[in-house]
Design a protein around this ligand. Sequence first.
Ligand SMILES: *[C@@H]1O[C@H](CO)[C@@H](O)[C@H](O)[C@H]1NC(C)=O
Ligand SMILES: *[C@@H]1O[C@H](CO)[C@@H](O)[C@H](O)[C@H]1NC(C)=O
Length: 347
Amino acid sequence: MIPVICLLLVSDKVFGNVPTTEFFSYGHGAKDTILHPNDDGSSPVQNISVVFEFFSEHRKQLFVNTNGLISFRNSIRTYTPEPFPKIGVRIVLAPFWADIDTRMCGSTCSIWYRESTELVDLSKATIEIRTYFPVMKHFNAKWTYIVTWYNVPFYGAHGSEFNKRNTFQAILITDSKSAFVIYNYNKIEWIASKKIPAQVGFNIGDDIHFYSVEGSRTSQIINLPNLSNVGYPGKFVFRVDLRDIRPAPTPGDPGQCFLKAADIVVVVDMSLSIDINALKNLLSDVISELPINDMECQIAVQSFSTSAKTELRFRDQKTKTEILAHIDKMNIANGVSNLEDALSSTT
Ligand SMILES: *[C@@H]1O[C@H](CO)[C@@H](O)[C@H](O)[C@H]1NC(C)=O
Ligand SMILES: *[C@@H]1O[C@H](CO)[C@@H](O)[C@H](O)[C@H]1NC(C)=O
């Protein structure tokens, strides 16, 4: 039923935003902690109760930063948004990196945060991930971290500018095996304090694992509540624990699988002339023991010798039965006579 509901919502919403009623709950009622009113400030270090996998960064701490960032190594005061990819130092989630100032807005604005394993939040996270990643149909969220920038103004806003406010939310989600981030945008009425508009996305600092929402640091970023990477205006959803950055699959295309970074790699040195039947039995034995389910492609087979290197990966969803069937066919399939060809015939 969930995908059907999703499609209905998508067709209803051609443009718009995410209503705050569809945000994860926030505020005093949700037992949030409030980030004391400040300019360029941050929360104290937040020790979290899980290891959050953010690509190669496996973090047990985070910081909520006033200027629209969640960081993992240090708090960040920098108020001028820097372009992604930013190499090295900035390991951040950037729902809206810009010069936010909450000193003057009293109770009309706030930045809220909490870790939550409350059932209501886990259920909502589970439904959203299953909706936007249909292949994750057995996903069950175990942990969430929810940060809400509510009605925040910008540094240096004078007069009527002070009435321009932004409301957005970032949610970190994990089931301890995979990790996701959701950004929800309700209202974006300003994009810059001075010259450079907000940078939106995330950045790990290796020049590979980053995402920069198109229009970042330009006037186009005002359209954020109309933009999406999942076909739902005002919403971005990312899986952030894989080797590659994968966008959420388009609705109706649940066939792709997710290859975790080297979950299982079988390396075969072909210079040792391993008998194909012995290899087949070995692989079957190993795979029979693996917790392969229909969510992920968890196996890579790599073979090499000084003269040849081949790699086999299951790029589509495969059940354990299918993988074993592939291996079973390896030695004689297509008249293959050597290991290298046998492996490549199985991809
Ligand atoms: C957070 O964890 C560190 C050690 O990892 C510890 O030194 C520190 O006291 C903890 N902080 C809080 C607020 O619990
Ligand atoms: C979203 O798109 C609609 C239709 O093009 C437009 O009227 C509206 O102003 C846009 N909203 C924002 C926040 O860009």
